[in-house]
Design a protein around this ligand. Structure first.
Ligand SMILES: Cc1cc2nc3c(=O)[nH]c(=O)nc-3n(C[C@H](O)[C@H](O)[C@H](O)COP(=O)(O)OP(=O)(O)OC[C@H]3O[C@@H](n4cnc5c(N)ncnc54)[C@H](O)[C@@H]3O)c2cc1C
Length: 338
């Protein structure tokens, strides 16, 4: 979100921008896992719209494309460790939104013009940023696979990635980049990991069966293993096959960070059954580890910009842990530069 927002804002201001993304597609932690049973939002579950600038950008999108929709997850309960509701949903809570047909749809939509202009380079992991030997004020970005990149140099570089990866990239780059004035500040930021479980129950969607387990679609939980669970199939414009996404608590995810996926999967399925009463065998079960999921301690400023080096950073961790924070961070940095 932060990188694409920065790129599109700079493009609108007349700059030429190239985006390098290590994954096959854009979206980052607003990601969608496609399976034969339907998709899972295994990163961000929903987003809120509190900032007027985010609202304006979304209203503009709604005028041309249907890539986000309201989701009634504001009927979120809080459960005790045995799955009993201990806090009912509050009336008149703020609206929750999801990408449509998957969480990554919004970022994909905003990235489309860059992709059409061949300025979006996916499956490209950047390993270093170094000074161009022929233009000492310009930067070259080095990828592990694409040697052609060495032929292009840039006036400015923006790093839009989790703070640990930002620090790693600066430290493993040329001696100039490591002089980035904000580098020491990154140590202040703390981020929690999140193990996420995805489950599909195609048999529950057969005629005569509405769905499995509880009647609610989303809940926070006080179970020591699970912090959040939601029925993916309740989201708008999704397949109706019964699917659940389950997020482990920050503490449990930290304690089990290096466990293997099968072991984590088994433990989370057990906790899921305790909470929901769903003991049927899932046709699909997969756990995904997010090493840098949720900011606990943000930096406290919208972005970093080193005027001397012409290197900047943006991302949710500058100001918070939400999609909206990533949007504001990317937008603020781009407006500062344009
Ligand atoms: C499990 C989970 C649940 C969440 N739930 C919510 C929620 O319900 N509501 C909410 O508002 N927010 C939620 N969030 C947070 C939300 O997803 C983030 O705030 C937001 O997506 C962050 O966007 P970003 O642009 O800052 O970073 P990211 O989305 O992390 O984007 C960084 C990008 O940089 C790429 N990258 C990294 N290193 C390199 C490299 N060396 N070279 C090239 N590319 C690289 C990555 O592949 C990624 O695409 C959740 C996050 C997780 C993980």
């Amino acid at each position: 979100m932060s990188g694409i927002v920065a790129a599109r804002t700079l493009t609108q201001a007349g700059h030429h921008v190239e985006v390098f993304e290590k994954s096959q597609g854009v979206g980052g932690r607003m990601s969608t896992r496609e399976t034969t049973f339907g998709n899972f939002d295994h990163g961000a579950q929903y987003f809120t719209v509190r900032d007027a600038r985010f609202k304006k950008a979304l209203d503009e999108v709604a005028g041309t494309a249907q890539v986000h929709k309201a989701w009634s997850a504001n009927a979120v309960r809080v459960l005790d460790p045995l799955g009993r509701v201990i806090e009912a949903p509050l009336p008149h809570r703020e609206s929750h939104f999801v990408g449509s047909p998957g969480m990554n749809a919004l970022v994909r939509h905003w990235a489309q013009p860059l992709q059409s202009a061949n300025q979006l380079h996916t499956s490209t992991l950047i390993t270093q940023i170094v000074r161009d030997a022929n233009h000492q004020k310009k930067w070259q970005v080095i990828a592990d696979i694409d040697l052609k990149l060495k032929q292009t140099s840039f006036d400015h570089v923006i790093l839009a990635m989790p703070h640990v990866q930002t620090a790693q990239l600066l430290r493993q780059s040329g001696s100039n980049a490591v002089g980035f004035s904000g580098l020491a500040l990154l140590d202040r930021v703390t981020v929690a990991p999140c193990w996420t479980l995805m489950l599909a129950y195609p048999n529950a969607s057969q005629p005569g069966l509405s769905h499995l387990g509880p009647q609610w679609n989303a809940a926070r939980s006080t179970h020591h293993r699970i912090a959040w669970l939601s029925r993916e199939s309740s989201k708008p414009n999704r397949k109706s096959i019964e699917r659940w996404t389950v997020q482990a608590s920050a503490q449990w995810s930290t304690e089990h960070l290096e466990d293997d996926e099968m072991r984590v999967r088994a433990k989370l399925i057990k906790a899921f059954a305790e909470l929901t009463g769903i003991r049927a065998e899932p046709a699909y079960a997969q756990a995904h580890r997010w090493r840098y999921a949720k900011t606990l301690q943000p930096l406290g400023q919208n972005f970093l910009w080193d005027e001397k080096l012409s290197i900047g950073t943006c991302g949710d961790w500058h100001i918070g842990h939400r999609v909206e924070d990533a949007f504001i961070s990317g937008l603020s940095l781009a407006l500062h530069l344009s």
